[in-house]
Design a protein around this ligand. Sequence first.
Ligand code: SF4
Length: 463
Amino acid sequence: MRSLVLIGHGSHHHGDSASAVQQAAERLRGPVGTAPGRVQNCFDEVLEGYWQQEPGLRQVLRTVASSNVTVIPLFLAESYLTETVLPRELGLGHQGPVPPGGVARVLGGRRVRYTRPLGVHPGMADVIAARATEALPTGTDPGGVTLLLLTARPGTGTPEAHARALSERGLFADVKVVTLTEPGATEAGLSEWRAHLAAQVRTEAAVLVPFFAHAGGGWQAQLAQALAGPGLPRLHVSGPVGTHPGVADVLLQLAGEGGQEERGDVDQPHAEAWAALRELAERGGRLGEVLLTPHGGLFELRHMLDEGRAAADLRTFVSPEGLRDFTDRDEAGRHRPVRTWRTLPRGWRAVLGPADLRLGLHLLYPAVVEESYAHAHHNLHCTPWASTARRQTGALAKVQRATPDQVDTVAAQVCAPCLRTRLWAGEVLGQTFFSGVPGGLPCAEACSVLLSAVRDEVGAGTA
Ligand code: SF4
């Protein structure tokens, strides 16, 4: 058995930051590899993890079912994040550039291999070319078009390498790397930027391909503002490279760079946790705010406050991803970076087969089954605040200066809507939902939302 984990940035505020990882994971869970020329998918499961939302980096490896795990950062360039933060938070004990075959470690009985980020793989040149040609009107000869590869982060060398590879292929008349304007540039700055862009183009038409992971983060509005002015050649604009379907193939090529891997075993503690959950679901019961009911060989999930409502009055989902997309927002439409906040919207039901139940619950309440089962068996390792704070670097290193009172004050706000019990702060959780206490969910370590809030509190105090 083999597991693939795709890691994205995620966001505390915007759900669309996860879109590239979600789309790639969904494609890889589908029948990729069956079309001619596609890479065969050798993974039995594909999971998602994020730096800034759940499933978090500290949780995600607990949620995999096998002892052989490949982790791919779905980022477009090597950076401090991919070389320091992600390996550290995953517990890999690695820092610095990742070699082409990745770095492998044995963690908790699992063999975990962490690869280079998606964006540096040479196969991304194909994705860029596909984005560009798909954005051109039907029948356009790309040989008469300039491809402008747009980046917000010049100097990494990655878009430049893809531009060189594409130039050598000769498919487009010319290939250039251009940089996005500064956010909030003045009209004079925008006009200068447009002049710079126009100077790159010697053909009648050009196609601009954003070398971005996803469509969120505000860059589209920034780009639209920058392009809305005179002086540009005929310009076609494609979608971001990170959400192109071809990314799935590149991910599998990247995963294969570690050479022929032996298949792993089923991870026993994980299998036991899910067997216990399955028993609970077959009896019917509650997990957090969710009511689980057996339903003719399937399982129905719904908000506990919707108990007794007619199915026709609820929106029905039959896929884990549909359930995730709906419950990613609260009833006011706000993104839910912490899935165990008591902000789960009402008005839905999910009807899932036994094979989809695990993924559905993983996306609804990430790591809750594994962590609650481990806690119930006195096997959950908790990380006290001081240890979490001590390992933070970069902007988050400020949390090391937080006083216990500051941490308590911020946690009282951030954690107030959360179902979890803060074991990391010394709180005690007697029973979990496995023994009939629906809201009995452990929190083993301060989450990224709390860390950011403490950082802001410390920053505000020293401003
Ligand atoms: Fe919930 Fe607080 Fe734990 Fe974050 S730190 S998961 S908000 S209990």
